[in-house]
Every structure is written in structure tokens, then in C-alpha cells.
Write a protein that binds this ligand. Structure first.
Ligand code: FES
Length: 364
């Protein structure tokens, strides 16, 4: 059994954990990990049960989290933690299975597309195997299924289908008569993710209408007004968008023009920060734990803290959920999303998107 959770730390670190009042649960983890990685208390460990190929660049990972994992609602996301070549990495993905499957079998699935140049997704595709153990955060996100009497329209592009698969199967299992339509845009037939699940839904769920729009080459296919014109009662529908940013923006514009106001539009997506950060790193003092760490690049404070074996609270790791908010008592940090530097004084910052510049002190 290969554990991709943090490696056994030093006695020095163990001593610090003993006196770290924020993290009593994790103290015995190094010992427990030697006995059975699934007993670790600091994270929720999850064992890879199976890896299933969906398309040429997409795989589904079937995970069995330890029983204390708190579950999820259809459409939510989780952050995975794993160690690649000795460096701890985290990424957030949508759950593609249903809460009913979790209750029934104790397993969940993540359906993940290989991203060009993506360190974690490529590693998962090439290396992650049944029996490996990684860590799973609690589910989060407010992309939730419509009320039972509410008609709905889903618009998905590419791997944006994953949280929608979970929602559609959840809706199909309920006694509801409101219509649901899915418009799914993919480059080609071979790129359809969850094809069998979608066709099964269409067969056994009379209120479900499925339109898959495919191209025949590398060029993306586009949503246009004719797709929306064909949907009965569009203005009364709750609309769900998930896919590339361009598709979501276009869908919102076309829906607004057809009388669907923003209050009826739900959307979700994750995108890594793209702004180039002007920082050579700095010296960070995590004052409550009295841990000091030197950074020489644009690594965010959350990653720095974790590399020093601290365990700050966090969720999305993308500046969305604010669970990692923390007090900076002095020094300057640069926001990864905007590229803007903070002031030098005391303020609340988000650890996951803050990069230190020079000497920084954080109350952690
Ligand atoms: S972890 Fe969600 S905002 Fe930082």
C-alpha cells in the first residue's frame, strides 16, 4: 500500500506538534501511518479503489474515504492532497458520483481530465493506482440541485460535465415531474465524458432532454442562440453552467438576452491563477507555532505553512471559500489572483493566494 500523504516527520516536528493547540488530532499520525495510513486523524485518508479510463485524456478515480469523511451534496467539490516527488500538492476537483452512491457503497468518484502541462493531473493519470492512499478535504461549494418543482437547463462544456453528472443522477432518482435539459458541448464524439451514464438517463427518465453538440476536429464547438430557442419555458428554468470560461460567459449573455436574469443562473468552475507574480519570496515567521521558513519563489503562504508541517484550515485553495483567512501582523504579501501587493501593516489575508515579499509575520 503506497501512502501519498506527508512522510514521517522528525522528532523536532513531533515536539512542536505536542504543544500546538490548533492541531491536537494530528499528533499521533506519524505513528498511526506506520500501522495503517487509513487511521490518520489529521486528514481524511482515501484509498484508490480503481482507475477507469473514460476518454483518451480523462480518467475516473474511484476513492474510498475513511468512514469519518463527512459526505457531500451533488455538485460540490473536494480538495485532494498528495505528495509528488516529496512535494505536497493540492488540487480541487468536482465529485462526479452521487451522494446516494457514497451512502450505499462508501465510495466517491473524481473524473479528471489530463491538462496540458498540468503537473498533478498528468501525474494522477500516469502514476496513481489502485491501493494508493491520498488525503481528501471536506466537500464544499454551493452549486446545488434545483428544487423538485423547478424546471432546469444545464449547459456543460468538456470536463465541466462532472458535477452535472452527479446532479442529473440525483434528480433522476427523485419523484419529480419538472423538465430538465442538458446541452453538452464537446470537440468530438470520442471526447464525451460519461456517455453511458447520459444515455442511460435519457432512456429511463422521461423528463430529461439531452443534446450533445460535437464538432469534428480540434476546433471547439460553440453555443448559439438557436440552441436556446429550442428549449421550452426557458425563462422559467434555473440554469446551471459549468465549463470553460468562454462558454460560461457566452451562455450567460445569451440567457440574459432571452429573459433569464442572473438570479436564475448558477455557475461553477475552477481556474488556476494566471497573473505573473513579482516576488522573489521572503522570510516568513508563523508566530503562534514559532516556525520560520525561507521562500525563494512565488509559493503561497498556505503551501509554505504545510511544507513546514503546519496544518492551517483551508478549503478551495483558490481564493474562493475564505476558510484559510488568517491575520498578517507585519510585512507585505502579493495577491496571486490580482498581482497586487498588500500594505505593510496588520490585516486579514487568505493564505492560499498570498505570496510573501520580504519579511512577513503571520499569526499561525
Ligand atoms: S482555501 Fe479557500 S480561500 Fe483559501
Amino acid at each position: 500500500m503506497r501512502s501519498l500523504m506527508p512522510q514521517t516527520p522528525s522528532l523536532h516536528w513531533l515536539g512542536k506538534q505536542l504543544f500546538n493547540r490548533d492541531d491536537p488530532a494530528g499528533f499521533f499520525d506519524p505513528l498511526l501511518e506506520q500501522l495503517n495510513p487509513m487511521w490518520i486523524r489529521q486528514y481524511t485518508p482515501a484509498r484508490v479503489e480503481a482507475v477507469v479510463t473514460e476518454t483518451a485524456d480523462t480518467k475516473t478515480f474511484v476513492l474510498r474515504p475513511a468512514s469519518r469523511w463527512t459526505g457531500f451534496e451533488a455538485g460540490q467539490h473536494v480538495t485532494l492532497g498528495l505528495e509528488i516527488n516529496g512535494v505536497r500538492r493540492h488540487r480541487t476537483f468536482s465529485l462526479s458520483s452521487t451522494p446516494a452512491q457514497w451512502s450505499r457503497s462508501g465510495t466517491v468518484t473524481l473524473t479528471i481530465k489530463r491538462l496540458p502541462g498540468g503537473l498533478v493531473t498528468n501525474w494522477m493519470h500516469d502514476e496513481l493506482a489502485a491501493g494508493d492512499i491520498l488525503s481528501l478535504g471536506n466537500a464544499f461549494g454551493d452549486f446545488r440541485v434545483p428544487a423538485d418543482d423547478e424546471p432546469a437547463l444545464y449547459i456543460a462544456g468538456g470536463s465541466g460535465i462532472t458535477p452535472i453528472l452527479s446532479q442529473l443522477e440525483t434528480l433522476a432518482s427523485r419523484e419529480r415531474s419538472a423538465p430538465v435539459t442538458l446541452l453538452y458541448f464537446v470537440r468530438s464524439q470520442a471526447d464525451i465524458i460519461g456517455a453511458e451514464r447520459l444515455y442511460t438517463l435519457r432512456q429511463r427518465w422521461p423528463e430529461f432532454a439531452l443534446t450533445i453538440v460535437t464538432g469534428d476536429g480540434p476546433q471547439p464547438v460553440h453555443l448559439d442562440d438557436s440552441h436556446l430557442m429550442a428549449i421550452p419555458g426557458l425563462a422559467q428554468r434555473r440554469c446551471y453552467l459549468c465549463g470553460p470560461g468562454g462558454l460560461m460567459t457566452l451562455a450567460q449573455t445569451l440567457l440574459n438576452a432571452r429573459g433569464v436574469d442572473d438570479e436564475r443562473i448558477e455557475q461553477t468552475f475552477f481556474a488556476p491563477p494566471t497573473v505573473a507574480i513579482d516576488s522573489q519570496g521572503g522570510r516568513v515567521h508563523f508566530s503562534k507555532s514559532d516556525v520560520r521558513i525561507q521562500s525563494t519563489d512565488d509559493t503561497a503562504l498556505l503551501d509554505l505553512a504545510e511544507s513546514a508541517r503546519l496544518s492551517p484550515r483551508h478549503g478551495c485553495r483558490m481564493g474562493i471559500c475564505h476558510q484559510c483567512s488568517c491575520r498578517k501582523t507585519s510585512g507585505t504579501v502579493v495577491n496571486r489572483l490580482t498581482g497586487q501587493p498588500s500594505g505593510p501593516g496588520e490585516e486579514t489575508i487568505q493564505l492560499c493566494i498570498s505570496v510573501p515579499r520580504g519579511e512577513v509575520e503571520i499569526q499561525l
